[in-house]
Write a protein that binds this ligand. Structure first.
Ligand SMILES: C[S@@+](CC[C@H](N)C(=O)[O-])C[C@H]1O[C@@H](n2cnc3c(N)ncnc32)[C@H](O)[C@@H]1O
Length: 191
């Protein structure tokens, strides 16, 4: 690709991500309830992307730290927070090498992000070390048992058993996977 076309390609990529992640905004309320997320808690959203869900957690009254390796996605999230009058702290980083946090999170939300992470055990160990006493990790993933009508491609999906194996390897004690919605399962894990 010619260098002069790069900004247009970057803008188109961001637009696609924003649109795709915005379609999942309705899941924030379900996931916040399953995670026991409450106003006043500090929430670390790992792999927050363009912030569609992180902003909903902020709207519920949580202090939200939105972390992602993609600065463009986080810049969009920050701009959207300002537009909506919400406070969102953004941190560029990867779960495997979790950057220093301003405060230990009560909840870590890792939704549709674990299958993107290469060294999952290292990432989960780093997350476990960062969680505040009494805190928890919430995971949502697309289920390979689903029909594949929406969401991550089948080849990239991991079974609940695989996710549980990674959680156990990192020292978490995980609840049974809860099915749904939208081809997902979710797991709440205690450090
Ligand atoms: C499918 S999006 C999920 C966005 C949002 N969490 C959601 O539930 O809609 C996956 C995100 O994980 C991020 N990601 C990829 N590798 C990562 C890593 N190693 N650590 C943290 N986030 C990562 C990507 O940049 C992307 O924004």
């Amino acid at each position: 690709m010619q260098a002069e076309n790069q900004p247009r390609a970057d803008a188109a990529r961001l637009e696609r991500l924003v649109a795709r992640q915005a379609e999942k905004r309705h899941l924030a309320a379900v996931w916040a309830a399953r995670a026991g997320l409450e106003a006043g808690m500090t929430v670390l959203d790992v792999g927050a992307g363009t912030g569609a869900l992180a902003l909903e957690y902020a709207a519920l009254g949580a202090r939200v730290l939105a972390m992602d390796p993609d600065p463009a996605s986080l810049a969009h999230a920050a701009a959207e927070a300002a537009r909506r009058g919400l406070i969102l702290e953004t941190i560029v980083g990867r779960a495997e090498a979790l950057p220093a946090l301003p405060t230990a999170p009560d909840r870590v939300m890792l939704t549709d992000a674990l299958h993107h992470i290469q060294d999952r055990d290292a990432a989960l160990r780093a997350i476990r070390a960062a969680i505040a006493p009494g805190g928890a990790l919430f995971i949502a993933e697309y289920d390979p048992a689903g029909p594949g009508a929406i969401g991550a491609p089948m080849a990239r999906r991991m079974t609940p058993a695989e996710a549980q194996t990674h959680l156990a390897a990192a020292g978490f004690s995980a609840t049974a996977a809860e099915p749904g919605p939208d081809e997902h399962y979710t797991i709440l894990a205690l450090p």
